[in-house]
Design a protein around this ligand. Structure first.
Ligand code: SF4
Length: 453
């Protein structure tokens, strides 16, 4: 609603979308800590002043402006932007100008509520004096997260490449933490080390990201991994391996999921979480898949103009996906020669698994497309248990749970659903502990990949 004109919904399009970021401060919500900081550093490298907002400090504000029926990530991010602007106003006084900022909130099309967060948040911000002038910058899965229009058109292609690369590096730093922390000699060293490593990577992306000197950053990453090896105690035997799937925000946001990974580690596990890169690759894959379907349809109807447009899209998304998978493979190949970090699967392989097992279809879409075959890949890879983390009532994760639970019973692999909202469930730790006991039994009888039991 436009301020002063409650009947108009024009602001949902005029103040939500892709805007030129020149001269603005871009406010990035913190989802997974490392990834958000590296994305912000990438933007800064391209001359855009981007900063990551503190997260969960404004949860009470988020709750005040929501009804409780929204998905939990919507409440948290609502609170993050309201808290940030409140603090910024206190700091800057009269010189605070909401027009100097763009709040970054991407969206997804498809059958769930993520596409509505920024619209809902627009309505809330329009109801708060001054915040109606703060624009919401949004990129969308509809066009495979195109960044055109945000910065000078000549640099958009490079920004997209570096941003993707930063996502891969962010995943590797996360995976490194989960690989070393269960085996650290001194408690706390792994967390400190990864925090410092994240800061060096932020500097690297800010200073040399535009040069696209990826080899230089991979060299740095190799150095970090070599040092990380010294944090681990070689005397500690390998532990049961637990795989995580679920809704991307909840499973990667440490506060929101009440630090589930640390709790799984506390009860004896080593954990691998599904990556952020997998989601980005899925978006490109899905757009390619859709364009191919369109092309087939246009061919059947012999619509020449539409055929040409679909073919262009097919080639564009095919090239994008090929590039992304090539870069990802190259980075993992180098880091894995130093330490055995978990690698991602190609999205195409995940779709093949769903087809082979006849469990679900990519036609339905959503993260269930990744979570269901991801779980089966964990099982085939010899993992000792799987956890599904998601916001309470999340549709794709509830579908995943319904399909996978009976399957896991049949396969005799421990499985746990962990839905979260802002409440603290007294039984949650007990459930995680029991799950870890089962995972340990599985480990004792079956070992884990590449290791005897
Ligand atoms: S994926 Fe789940 S949490 Fe996210 S918008 Fe959809 S239903 Fe909500």
């Amino acid at each position: 609603m436009e301020s002063g004109n409650v009947l108009s919904f024009k602001s949902l399009t005029s103040k939500v979308g892709r805007f030129n970021l020149k001269g603005k401060t871009v406010l990035v919500p913190e989802m997974n800590r490392i990834g958000s900081h590296l994305i912000a550093a990438t933007f800064r490298g391209f001359g855009v002043n981007a900063k990551v907002m503190e997260t969960c400090r404004g949860l009470d504000l988020g709750k005040e402006y929501t009804s409780g029926k929204e998905c939990y990530p919507c409440q948290i991010t609502m609170g993050d932007i309201l808290y940030f602007t409140e603090k910024e106003k206190e700091k800057s006084g009269d010189s605070f100008n909401p027009e100097d900022y763009v709040y970054f909130m991407p969206e997804a099309d498809g059958p769930c509520r993520f596409g509505m967060y920024n619209k809902f948040q627009r309505i809330v911000m329009d109801s708060i004096p001054g915040l109606d002038k703060l624009k919401i910058g949004s990129i969308t899965t509809k066009d495979g997260y195109s960044l055109s229009g945000l910065i000078d058109s000549k640099k958009v292609g490079d920004l997209k490449k570096v941003a993707y690369f930063s996502v891969v590096i962010g995943d590797i730093l996360d995976r490194l933490l989960w690989r070393i922390r269960p085996y650290e000699k001194e408690p706390g060293t792994a967390d400190d080390f990864i925090e410092k490593s994240m800061q060096s990577m932020e500097d690297a992306f800010e200073q040399c990201g535009t040069e696209k000197d990826f080899d230089k950053i991979i060299d740095m990453m190799e150095g970090i991994i070599e040092q990380a090896g010294h944090i681990m105690d070689p005397e500690i035997p390998r532990k049961p391996l637990i795989g995580i799937v679920g809704e991307i925000y909840l499973r990667t946001h440490v506060h929101a999921n009440q630090d589930t990974i640390r709790m799984l580690e506390k009860y004896g596990g080593e954990v691998v979480n599904a990556s952020i890169t997998e989601w980005v690759n899925y978006i490109s894959y899905d757009r390619l898949r859709e364009s191919k379907i369109d092309l087939g349809l246009n061919w059947k109807l012999f619509r020449l103009g539409a055929m040409k447009a679909s073919l262009k899209k097919v080639l564009g998304f095919k090239g994008e996906l090929f590039y992304q998978e090539f870069v990802q493979k190259k980075v993992y190949k180098r880091v894995k020669s130093i330490l055995d970090l978990a690698e991602d699967h190609k999205v195409e392989e995940l779709e093949n698994i769903l087809e082979e097992e006849d469990l679900f279809s990519f036609d339905v879409g959503t993260e269930a497309c990744l979570s269901i075959p991801g779980i089966l890949e964990y099982v085939r890879g010899g993992y000792n248990g799987v956890v599904n983390i998601y916001p309470f009532t999340c549709m794709p994760s509830t579908i995943t749970s319904a399909i996978v639970k009976p399957l896991m019973n049949k396969l005799r692999v421990p499985y746990l659903d962990l839905p979260y909202d802002s409440s603290f469930q007294p039984g949650r730790e007990g459930a995680i502990r029991t799950f870890m006991y089962q995972a340990y039994q599985h480990f004792k009888h079956n070992g884990r990949k590449g290791m005897p039991g």
